[in-house]
Design a protein around this ligand. Sequence first.
Ligand code: HEC
Ligand code: HEC
Length: 221
Amino acid sequence: MPAAWSQRTGNAGDPFVHGEEVFAQHCAECHGDLGQGVSGVVSIAGPNLQAEHDLGHVLTAIEVGPSHMPSFARTLSVQDMRDAAGFVTHKIAVIPMEDGNLSQGGELFRMYCSACHRTAVRGGALVFDGVNAPDLTTKSRALIAGAIRWGPGPMPKFPPAVLSDQQVASIADYVKYVQHPPSPGGSPMNWYGPVAEGFVAWVVVVSMIVVAMWIERGGKG
Ligand code: HEC
Ligand code: HEC
């Protein structure tokens, strides 16, 4: 039985045919037949997989079953799992994720994402259409890119006409970077997110007032 992906892309007879069959039978109901993601009731809503280039990451997901995805360790053979993972990384993963640029990613994040997700570090406790825009701290680079194209639930889709593949890679790089920035000689600020940043801003304001008072008194102690 030719599966949906080869029918829709005209790629029958390709070396990934077996992986494609496994995907069509076991994965498509939750992730979509092109891995485009499904927005539905929680028990079947699976994310977009079109930026999943890391074979090891995909295999782990199939074996472990993150969140409400089932583990396939007992239902699929090792060969089936490998073939399905290879199909995902070679055929489903069409978002190239190349040439990301951190400062561009930061600008784009502030422009397109922060209204709902606030900072990339501690996401939105902001209610939007009754659904919280989630914290992005645990999301993989692939999930971030996939969500941008897919638009889960009330989140808008950002098609290539709005954000190019390269810009999508920049945003994903930026979100991952601010989650784990190198923190030379200091406690990593990101653990505390907006609260700590707010506290620092408050300390800065107070010290400016103190300095201003000192200047007013003629700078004499
Ligand atoms: C019952 C629905 C369901 C089925 C069936 C399912 N998945 Fe998932 N999958 C999910 C959900 C939900 C998540 C998101 C988990 C999370 O938020 O961490 C997920 C996550 C993933 C991820 C990790 C995404 C990331 O970057 O962290 C990969 C890869 C994946 N699935 C591949 C597959 C493959 C391949 C199959 C078939 C063998 C499959 N899934 C079958 C629901 C499903
Ligand atoms: C209008 C509000 C809104 C905007 C703008 C928005 N999001 Fe979202 N986002 C949401 C909501 C709401 C959800 C939760 C959807 C759900 O649970 O079904 C979400 C979910 C996500 C997820 C989680 C997907 C998953 O598989 O768990 C990621 C990652 C994400 N958004 C990234 C982004 C990025 C990056 C941008 C900017 C390009 C962005 N969002 C712009 C509202 C928004």
